[in-house]
Design a protein around this ligand. Structure first.
Ligand SMILES: *Cc1c(COP(=O)(O)O)cnc(C)c1O
Length: 222
């Protein structure tokens, strides 16, 4: 487990690097989502204490175990769901999270609309696109994006804020980011959730509004 001091040092380094990259590209700095999946509350606390507020988790159950207490201590923390969501967990997710980056199918759109109506919550949503057409990966296929977005737009409870992608690990991510940015422009969606520890600089240059950074902040996952 990294020492808290090291975590905060890594944090300052990443925030500086993100700012410099955005300034160099003539863009405003993106929201940095600190991806805290698999990290304990003790590892997360130093970042909260350093003033960071945006965090990402990929599993509802794990987030449910860690975040109610952290949010009680830091009520302005913003929790992003960045992993796949099962329809039967839509209501729990609506109550626990503040944004969802993994909207990827009509059944989930319907479940989230119902969950938002039940809870009165209205979370910003990102449509995840499987830009690399990987069978094991979540996300709508590129050619299905436009129809899926139109379907979501007919549901008053849903606010589609932007698009999200995770490029194939072994490919140059830049063409995927550029494609997502182009689709965002065409659909009038301003937010792009793209870029992780290994490729956030390319994502920022291509217009990321949100980068999701785990290992570069917290160290390698065990
Ligand atoms: C784990 C994860 C990240 C963070 O990846 P790192 O390489 O550790 O920065 C980003 N996005 C998603 C969807 C993830 O599951």
């Amino acid at each position: 487990m990294p020492e808290p001091l090291h975590a905060v040092t890594a944090y300052r380094h990443i925030m500086d690097s993100v700012s410099r990259c955005a300034a160099g590209a003539g863009r405003s700095a993106p929201v940095v989502i600190a991806v805290s999946k698999t990290r304990t509350a003790e590892e997360i606390l130093p970042l909260l204490e350093a003033g960071h507020r945006h965090f990402g988790e990929n599993r509802v159950q794990e987030a449910q175990a860690k975040w109610p207490a952290l949010k009680a201590a830091f009520p302005d923390a913003v929790l992003h769901l960045i992993g796949p969501l099962q329809t039967n967990k839509a209501k729990t997710a609506a109550e626990l999270f503040d944004a969802i980056h993994s909207l990827d199918r009509p059944s989930l759109a319907a479940a989230l609309a119902a969950a938002f109506d039940q809870t009165g919550r209205r979370l910003p949503l990102f449509i995840q696109v499987n830009t690399g057409r990987e069978p094991q990966k979540a996300g709508v296929l590129p050619e299905a994006l436009e129809d899926f977005y139109a379907d979501c737009a007919t549901r008053p409870a849903l606010t589609v804020a932007g698009l999200m992608c995770i490029p194939p690990a072994e490919e140059n991510p830049a063409p995927h980011f550029a494609w997502l940015a182009d689709r965002g422009r065409r659909l009038g969606l301003k937010n792009l959730s793209m870029g992780m520890s290994g490729d956030y600089e390319a994502a920022i240059r291509l217009g990321a509004s949100h980068v999701r950074i785990g290992t570069a902040l917290f160290g390698a996952r065990g």
